[in-house]
Design a protein around this ligand. Structure first.
Ligand code: DP6
Length: 405
């Protein structure tokens, strides 16, 4: 609990995760139960994260949530809160511990959340946001154990962000969702050479949300039915094995094939959904040309429900790959949005093999990439102990009225 405020309050940070087997399709929209299991890596919180302060007080008139400055509707928050309170009540009756929690159960909560990256970038913000919400509320109400199912009620992919490292979200089979939970398969220390490069692509288009997009795919795509039965189970095994053995080649090929199938399902949806734009396709082409040049898979791309690319690669490839990316997609002179490459330091390479700069199949597109984030695998959500970082003021309302990032 934070010192210096008159009511119990907790602030936490939670990370983004990027799936290598995508969750796409629900069998139950209310409980957020998926039609297939998925795997992801959780990224470091210092480069990309959501921060949330959750507080409870008898003076709060209603449960309220502010997300990136906006007061938002309560449907999904409500589902998470209901489950938090149910578990807190159960825990109390199981242990009969009295630590304020029984009193707090009668109070309303205020929750304020923000991202340290632009939400417009479409970088799995709901995953980090709802994982942070579930984690903060669990800390506030002293709930222990696996809380991935609470995060899941906010947003499916958030279930995986409550753990660090490599994470599997098992689809489960119970109709009440009791076995649809995420688990860590490897900690962030398992594959320290693995790195992540995110290419934030300029995009003015507003695309269809994951929620509606996947629902439409479930209703109309025959390929989705084939994928979940015939392809995902075997690929899941192959990827878990490849990650376990740190076999980058197998990992990369499966990640890219899975990504392509996921976007094929989007195109097979009626009306079709296309999350990728010309720059995304050019990045895909660059990755394949780069891999062909080295005669092995050096980089693996994956795209979520938007045009931004996430590339997995090993540490020894990062400098060269980012230098090559900057050749094909140099920043526009007037972009003026801070450094072009953010996150972990990247070294300039003076002498790049000319062949890498002359791929005929890759168009040169200045300004097509807004910026690059170079990062790695992280250890999961954490509690913030500095009271100055609380997003709620002493009155229990957002410190910065707009509460913007
Ligand atoms: C393409 O978790 O955002 O990123 O459960 O409806 O909130 P809801 O969907 P969401 O979908 C994520 C889709 C994805 C794939 C993935 O992260 O697994």
């Amino acid at each position: 609990m934070m010192e210096g405020v008159a009511f119990p309050s907790v602030t936490c940070k939670a990370p983004v995760n990027i799936a290598v087997i995508k969750y796409w399709g629900k069998r139950d929209t209310e409980l957020v139960l998926p039609l297939n299991s998925s795997i992801s890596f959780t990224l470091r919180t210092d480069h990309l994260c959501a921060t949330t302060t959750a507080a409870a007080s008898p003076t709060f008139k209603e449960d309220q949530l502010w997300l990136n400055g906006e007061k938002i509707g309560k449907t999904r928050l409500h589902a998470c809160l209901k489950e938090i309170r149910r578990r807190a009540r159960k825990r109390k009756s199981d242990n009969d511990k009295d630590d304020n929690v029984s009193e707090m159960l009668n109070w309303n909560v205020h929750i304020c959340s923000k991202n340290n990256f632009p939400t417009a970038a479409g970088l799995a913000s709901s995953a980090a946001g709802y994982a942070c919400l579930a984690y903060s509320l669990a800390k506030l109400f002293k709930i222990e154990g696996n809380i991935s199912d609470i995060a899941r009620l906010g947003s499916g992919s958030a279930s995986r962000s409550v753990f660090g490292g490599a994470v599997v979200w098992d689809m489960g089979s119970d109709s009440n969702g009791s076995d649809s939970i995420a688990r860590q398969i490897y900690p962030h220390t398992h594959w320290p050479e693995l790195r992540v490069v995110i290419l934030v692509v300029s995009d003015q288009q507003k695309s269809i949300s994951s929620f509606s997009g996947m629902q439409c795919s479930v209703e109309t795509s025959e390929l989705l039915q084939y994928r979940i039965k015939q392809c995902v189970p075997a690929r899941l095994d192959a990827l878990i094995k490849a990650i376990g053995e740190k076999d980058f080649e197998t990992f990369a090929i499966n990640t890219m094939k899975e990504n392509n199938q996921f976007h094929a399902v989007c195109l097979d949806t009626y009306p079709p959904i296309s999350y990728l734009n010309d720059t995304s396709h050019a990045i895909q082409q660059l990755a394949h040309s780069f891999n062909e040049h080295f005669k092995c898979a050096k980089v693996a791309y994956t795209f979520d429900a938007g045009p931004n690319a996430t590339l997995y690669m090993l540490e020894d490839t990062v400098d060269l790959f980012i230098n090559v990316v900057q050749h094909y997609f140099p920043p526009e002179v007037n972009m003026n949005e801070g450094p072009f490459v953010k996150g972990l330091p990247v070294n300039d390479i003076d002498s790049i093999d000319e062949c890498l700069l002359e791929f005929h199949s890759v168009p040169r597109k200045p300004g097509a990439i807004k910026y690059i984030i170079s990062t790695s695998i992280g250890s999961g959500p954490e509690v913030v102990t500095d009271p100055n970082e609380s997003l709620l003021g002493e009155d229990g309302f957002p410190k910065d009225l707009k509460c913007s990032s």
